[in-house]
Ligand binder design. Structure first.
Ligand code: ATP
Length: 443
């Protein structure tokens, strides 16, 4: 973990937030390479969840959430962690995360601590106009259910996907970006006919596990576990967690829950004509019936929902951890390499003029960059340092799959050198072939 944290700072992936003022615990900023990696991961999720299917629609809803939404969702009452104080050192911990040095000390009885951030909305601060920073993106999906069914032609089964920030006032944020107070989630709410939910749950566990493997996480580093009994969230009938061997231990990367009709039922105005199975709070505040009409029977049903919910930041940490390696080369030198899958690499290609500031070489390198940049694959850079060896080492360390070197042969014969990050092999290529090669590589 220390090596990863150091590399992330050195190369501009991830920084402690508000660092120059001493930092705030549990908050991180993504730098020039981190933002690319994170965007690529989100793009890959969006592509597999929305673009490659016809039964999922996207959404980007507000972060500030009406307090009633989180009242009826059950979060005001139950979104808590058990908090204990160590009477000896005065520190506070989540009951299941007490560090060894306090375990034998005098601890207070656990009490519920609500993890939601509350904030005032509008200019009058008398405590009555508050909203929450959403603790999960899911609730906004549920409350937009009617808007989406009314404005699209989706029928069951279908899903709504959203990527966005979520906030939890974690008692003990820790392990770098694993447990933070502001993070991003990639959530799908997949609505199904009650009765078909258990099969769909199994299908989504399989789909999501395969997706993580496709992002470069080996299957043997993943573990699928069933959450049961007291560990289930208040809305869940069954939850399966995809666990990953993080540098600090095996922990949750994604949770896939069967939320039944709990949420749609809870947000629906109680109208008496709906058969809701979940044990929900009777709702008088809502104005909506979050149900869908069966076109054959004309009956209104409140669908069940399967929710694959993945953390972007935990995904980034897992991917960095898998990609990172230190190799000793045949000449005894050490090389650090991030072997990202090509679609996740922050920089898709670096074009390197052999000599720094040589007008002709630099101009040719810029032309190549500009051409490749227009192809829409991702970021391409010109590396004008004049030190090829150092540039290769840097791009190994930030995971750039391809380096393209422009030398005097390029000016005379139109030939560049392509260097592969993983094999370190160098091959000559005619400049006219680069675009096809590049597009092919990232297909
Ligand atoms: P944990 O048990 O680790 O606290 P959780 O079960 O509360 O997690 P969920 O409510 O299932 O998490 O949230 C879905 C996903 O959101 C998690 O699988 C995780 O990837 C991500 N996530 C949740 N809390 C955090 C956090 N504090 N920091 C970073 N990611 C988080």
């Amino acid at each position: 973990m220390e090596d990863l944290v150091a590399l992330c700072k050195r190369r501009g992936f991830i920084f402690q937030s508000s660092e120059i003022y001493g930092g705030i615990q549990g908050l991180y900023d993504y730098g020039p390479l981190g933002v690319e990696l994170k965007n690529n991961l989100k793009k890959s999720w969006w592509s597999s969840m929305v673009y490659e299917r016809d039964d999922v629609e996207g959404l980007d809803a507000s972060i500030l959430t009406h307090s009633d939404v989180l009242k009826y969702s059950g979060h005001e009452d139950t979104f808590t962690d058990p908090l204990v104080d160590c009477k000896s050192c005065g520190l506070r911990f989540r009951q299941d995360q007490i560090p060894d040095y306090c375990k034998d000390e005098d601890l207070t009885e656990p009490r519920d601590f609500n993890l939601m951030f509350k904030t005032n909305v509008g200019p009058i601060d008398d405590g009555s106009n508050y909203a929450y920073l959403r603790p999960e993106t899911a609730q906004q999906i549920f409350i937009n259910f009617k808007n989406i069914t009314d404005s699209t032609s989706q029928t069951l089964p279908f899903g709504i996907a959203q990527i966005g920030k979520a906030f939890r006032n974690e008692i003990t944020p820790r392990n770098f970006i694993f447990r933070v107070r502001e993070f991003e989630q990639m959530e799908l709410e997949f609505f199904v006919q009650p009765g078909t939910d258990e099969d769909w749950h199994k299908t989504w566990v399989k789909e999501r596990t395969q997706w993580w493997i496709d992002q470069g996480i080996p299957e043997n580093k993943l573990k699928i576990i069933n959450i049961d009994g007291d560990d289930l969230s208040h809305y869940s009938k069954a939850t399966v967690d995809i666990m990953y061997m993080f540098p600090h231990g095996i922990e949750e990367l994604e949770g896939i829950a069967n939320r039944t009709d709990f949420d749609l039922g809870s947000h629906t105005k109680n109208q008496g004509d709906l058969d809701i199975t979940a044990d929900i709070i009777k709702n008088d505040s809502s104005t909506a019936k979050l149900a869908i009409q069966d076109l054959d029977t004309k009956k209104w049903i409140v669908p069940y929902v399967i929710e694959p919910s993945a953390g972007v930041d935990r995904g980034v940490l897992a991917i960095l951890n898998e990609a990172y390696s230190e190799e000793t080369l045949s000449d005894g030198k050490k090389r650090i390499v991030l072997s990202f899958k090509p679609h996740l690499a922050p920089i898709k290609a670096a074009v390197i003029p052999l000599k720094k500031n040589n007008t002709e070489l630099v101009s040719m390198a810029k032309n190549i960059k500009n051409n490749l940049q227009t192809l829409g694959v991702g970021r391409v850079v010109v590396e004008n340092t004049g030190n090829i060896g150092k540039s290769y080492r840097k791009h190994d360390e930030i995971g750039t799959p391809i380096c393209i070197t422009v030398d005097f042969d390029s000016l005379e014969k139109n030939i560049v050198t392509i260097r592969n990050r993983d094999t370190m092999e160098q091959t000559k290529m005619n400049i006219d072939m680069i675009e096809d090669f590049f597009v092919d590589y990232y297909k």
